[in-house]
Design a protein around this ligand. Structure first.
Ligand code: FAD
Ligand code: FES
Length: 271
């Protein structure tokens, strides 16, 4: 069974150093002293939004150990509510309060096994650094990126060198296979011969991946987006129903025991 890692987060003032629109998304590169250095694939950051008590959680899409700005991290925003719209509108030089890296990272397999990575929309962000870590371990990685349409698809081009194959699925068929990725998971899993499935996206996609993995006798880990008001384990406002190692159902905190968790442990009906 893969082993997860937990690291101590820091609360720092970050700065927007690059901002770029890509389709329906906004990609930001931020300095956040101490965060890139502690990062593991699957971690997120919590960003303070002026006028809001609840911080907004964002997957860390990529870190650079060094750049003209020092160590940086990238996030991908799909602007919808006040928080994501405010952050997406921040210009280069804007200061942002950031806490991170937060949450349990993806557990990596000990052996060079075959892995299927399934990501929908912006939420595919944490799978890209995961693909690189898996490749370093000699794993065969098959990546599936999906979205409603092409503009909501996170580009898989940059991930190509880290993976064995890339499959693209869009609901409207604007690029790649047409349909819902959840309907393709069994087939994708069989073709990849995957021993482990990693999934990031809406709950229905995660649930479908966990169920398909169970049917195929594979491990699954899902990156859940339950609302996380503080992100640091303090407010207990992120209940996540799971089955414990002892088989007894309980509620844990999504921000600390998750957001990455074994798919077969999630009590999907109680979410
Ligand atoms: C671990 C984690 C990582 C995330 N990573 C990203 C990311 O990389 N990029 C990104 O754009 N978003 C990400 N999200 C989702 C984002 O944090 C929330 O959608 C957040 O509420 C957006 O804030 P807002 O003020 O823009 O919208 P809000 O005004 O808070 O809400 C907009 C809509 O989203 C719904 N909503 C609220 N909270 C959540 C939630 N946690 N998940 C799903 N829907 C919610 C609301 O009901 C409303 O319909 C992540 C969430 C989590 C928990
Ligand atoms: S978000 Fe506050 S404890 Fe999890």
């Amino acid at each position: 069974m893969p082993v997860a890692e937990v690291r101590t987060p820091v609360h720092v003032e970050g700065e927007v150093v690059v901002t770029k629109r890509v389709g329906a998304h906004r990609h930001l590169t931020l300095t956040a002293p101490g965060v890139p250095e502690r990062f593991r694939a699957g971690n997120f950051v919590a960003v303070s939004v002026p006028g809001h008590v609840a911080r907004r959680a964002l997957w860390i899409h990529r870190v650079r150990a060094s750049s003209a700005f020092g160590p940086t991290l990238d996030v991908v925003l799909e602007p919808r509510g006040e928080g994501t719209s405010w952050l997406a509108a921040q210009p280069v030089g804007a200061k942002v309060a950031i806490t991170g890296p937060l949450g349990r990272a993806f557990a990596l397999p000990k052996d060079a096994v075959s892995c299927l990575l399934v990501g929908e929309g912006y939420a595919a962000a944490p799978l890209f650094p995961l693909a690189e870590r898996l490749r370093e371990r000699g794993c065969a990685v098959s990546l599936v990126v999906s979205a409603t349409d092409e503009s909501h698809l996170l580009s898989a081009l940059e991930a190509r060198r880290a993976v064995r194959s890339v499959t693209v699925v869009t609901a409207d068929g604007s690029v790649g296979q047409r349909g819902q990725v959840a309907d393709h998971v069994d087939d994708l899993l069989r073709r990849a011969g995957a021993d482990v499935v990693y999934a990031a996206g809406p709950t229905d996609v995660l649930r479908a991946c966990a169920a398909a993995a169970e049917r195929a006798g594979a491990w699954s880990q899902v990156a859940l987006e339950s609302p996380t008001p503080c992100g640091t384990g303090l407010c207990h406002g992120c209940p996540l129903p799971v089955a414990g190692e002892d088989g007894v159902d309980r509620v844990v905190r999504a921000c600390t025991e998750g957001p990455v968790i074994r798919g077969d442990r999630v009590r999907w009906d109680a979410l």
